[in-house]
Write a protein that binds this ligand. Structure first.
Ligand SMILES: C[S@@+](CC[C@H](N)C(=O)[O-])C[C@H]1O[C@@H](n2cnc3c(N)ncnc32)[C@H](O)[C@@H]1O
Length: 198
């Protein structure tokens, strides 16, 4: 269907992300996606992991668009996306083996990132995983010039957005009971961070 929501970046990054997810998700049965966006990741990863229930979510304003693609995909392990705004507690979404979120932490405000970690840790089973894809700074430095330019572009669009510092994000994760298990360098100046709830 031509009218489905689409981002070229999601097409470009889904295979590299899959290479990491496949090491972590084969034995998992349920996953919550936060900020599902166009649904391209949900559709693709639900196909790749048929034994995993991929529960996507997004803020109410984006749900209709996201569910266009999800309904069109008709995968039995891909239910319609649920409404989830990281700033509205409690999340009321149940408990999952894993949580995945791509390209959200640099969009939402710092306060929202704090809420993201507080809420996420409540949704993950013991021994479950949090997998977060996107650009990060290290010790306050951008990994590339292009990420520095991206940060300026983000802030011009919305001053609360911005590429987050890995150390700050990891401290929020630790404070929420999550332990970093992997920091994967990804194409296009991104990382895929994996935490475990021990
Ligand atoms: C750049 S898009 C990323 C979409 C998709 N994950 C991807 O990688 O293409 C950021 C997403 O964050 C969602 N978002 C923004 N504010 C949010 C909030 N407060 N709670 C949950 N999701 C939010 C947006 O609706 C959007 O889907």
């Amino acid at each position: 269907m031509d009218s489905l929501p689409f981002r070229q970046a999601s097409e470009n990054n889904k295979l590299p992300i899959h290479k990491v997810l496949v090491r972590h998700l084969v034995s998992r049965s349920s996953l919550l996606e936060i900020g599902g966006g166009t649904g391209q990741h949900a559709e693709f990863f639900a196909e790749q992991f048929p034994d995993l229930i991929w529960q996507s979510s997004d803020v109410p304003a984006n749900l209709e668009l996201l569910n266009l693609r999800i309904a069109n995909a008709r995968h039995s392990n891909l239910p319609l996306a649920i409404s989830l705004d990281v700033n509205v507690a409690p999340w009321c979404c149940g408990s999952f083996d894993a949580v995945f979120s791509a390209n959200c932490l640099h969009i939402i405000s710092e306060k929202s990132v704090e809420n993201f970690f507080a809420g996420t840790s409540q949704c993950i089973h013991k021994d479950g995983l949090l997998l977060v894809y996107g650009p990060f700074k290290y010790d306050g430095e951008f990994t590339t010039e292009s990420n520095a330019r991206f940060d300026v572009w983000l802030k011009n669009r919305n001053p609360v957005s911005g590429v987050r510092d890995f150390k700050w994000v990891n401290r929020l994760a630790q404070d929420s009971g999550l332990t970093l298990v992997e920091d994967n360098i990804m194409p296009a100046n991104n990382q895929l961070l994996v935490w475990s709830k021990l």
